[in-house]
Design a protein around this ligand. Sequence first.
Ligand SMILES: [Zn+2]
Length: 697
Amino acid sequence: MRRLSITLTFVLIAVLLSATPSRAETANRDYGIIKNQDSPLAKLRSVDLKDVRWTEGFWAERFVQTRDVTLPRLWELASDPEKGHAIQNLRIAAGLEKGQFKGTGWQDAWVYKWLESACYIYSVTGDRQLDKQMDEIIEVIAKAQQPDGYIATQITIRGLQRFENPGHHELYTMGHLMTAACIHHRVTGKTTLLNVACKAADYVYETFRGRDPKLGDFPRNPSIIMGGVELYRTTGQKRYLDMANFFIDWRGSRYGKGRRNSWGMITSGSDLNQNWRPLRKETEVVGHAVFFTYLFAGAADAYMETGDETLLNALERLWSDLVNKKMYITGGVSPIHKAHPVRSLQPGHLSAITGDSIHEGVGGPHELPNDSAYNETCGQIGNLMWNWRMLAITGQARFADIMERTLYNSILSGIEVDGDDWSYTNPLRWHGPEHILRSNDSHKRFAPGTRHICCPTNLMRTVASWHNYLYTVNNKGLWIHHYAGNVFDGKLADGRKLKLTQKTNYPWDGKVLITLDAVESGDPFSILLRIPCWAKSSNLKINHKPTNIFRYKPASYTALEQKWATGDVIELNLPMSVRMIMANPLVEQTRNQVAVMRGPVVYCLESIDVPQGVRFEDICLPANAKWNVQHKPNLLGGITVLKTKALVIDKTIEKDIGGYYQVNDVALRHIDITMIPYYAWNNRREPKMTVWLPVKW
Ligand SMILES: [Zn+2]
């Protein structure tokens, strides 16, 4: 484990706040991660990236870590000629140095996602050195672009033919370029990267708009749909929205016919990339988790602009299928490493249809294995992005609930608590040294290099931009989706200024104090607070007086409408009792087991937190377990642990045959165990781990 000293102090955060660019410098800055202020079908509008500043607590600490550890570390690795070679690829394509291409077909996206992350950090810090560093690499990117707008070093350096193999990911890397360019323009006002992205998008638009059947299998990973819509929002150029729409329409438009490319791979009519059936007709989620979440997020973006209800109806159907039948308690969305796809041709009847194989994706309904759970971190990030867009469209809390569950569990589990090593897969059970490794599984988190490169920068841009996911506005008022220590200093939809402070130790504590620091006078407006799905008994006070408790329904927003004044205080108390959760009994792998949650955090048990000599697999929880909740500021970056008396099954066994044993002399005895947040697993040696534990009812 690489140990870097991180000083997470209020002093640092104060420095961070004082480095904030002035309003004059931010004249060109506007809008959030998605610029949906003018989107006709967005019910909720993003606030500006500059409007929210972290102050203290869980996310302030992670932001500082991302700025001070993760961002420089991923630049260092991208620049390393042996380990990363991502910068070198661009420099070689730009003619600035000689050499061969190294890495994956998506190596360029490392740099684009790094740039996007740097932009989010710059939007808060105004760090001129970082701005200069961005300018320098953007200059290289511009030189690496071909005269006709095409840019993909994995092809140009190797002299390969363009769009020969969807596995080369040319449209995937260009999609990330477009997103990064929009954010760069938004936070710096510069057009240097935006010009490159527009030129690339113009090229893609011209190349694909004729729908040449030979290009029907592109893109495989459809980041370009989100990138195209965002480019439309940023520039107002309709052809970029058209480009996004024809990629949505095209997918699955020649469904039902598996087609082999020149390499013999079935690439069309394939469930892997949702190509078997058009999105609008699809009834269930299939295939690669990053492909489907990016497709659905892009389609939600397109809906916000076009109002095409057939798209929204499909997205609602697919959301319901995923969340009810194919998602882990941690929010993980790719249970399957490799398999043949199965579909439910009729209720209760699964069938493999296309005969092609899928990987890193979903399987059939309730097919949720724990030890072989794949859950590539990027799939969960795609799911978060999709749910953010569904939230903007509907204003419904269930989407924010999924974002929260995913973020605190199967996204944060993808990074070491020190911020400088990553995991690609996020299983829910680990058998220690005997664990059977699937591709990209690892006993230890690792640094990315010429492989495994997608998740670290994707995770970094998510953490670096999380401040923009906390609030939205509309004509009702200010919506608060997520709780964390921060200051919001922005505007309501009617242009009135509003400043407020959230003070909380969430997710460890359920108390959230919201102080209105400055309210511009005018009509009453609402502050809408999300009551999470798990918060069954919340209470709320306004200016220290309790309010009607019957209003606080879980999985909904509570609208507090009144004429607000400077100095008003809202106190929300979310219940933080420890909860035992069971799964749908159709999930074979969790039958008679429970998972433990507190607030939004899923807990796990690691073998180093049980008494020596106890067989890890023999531990179970009594249904009436009493929990001792303790905050440990110096453990694993600061976590709240859960201690309890568990049960261990003492028994003798006799060999029956093979791996089967006869069980005799069973007795139960109590032992002390400590459970930690799932996201922090695998940071201390290489223990066994489980999220689900057998329960004695
Ligand atoms: Zn990834």
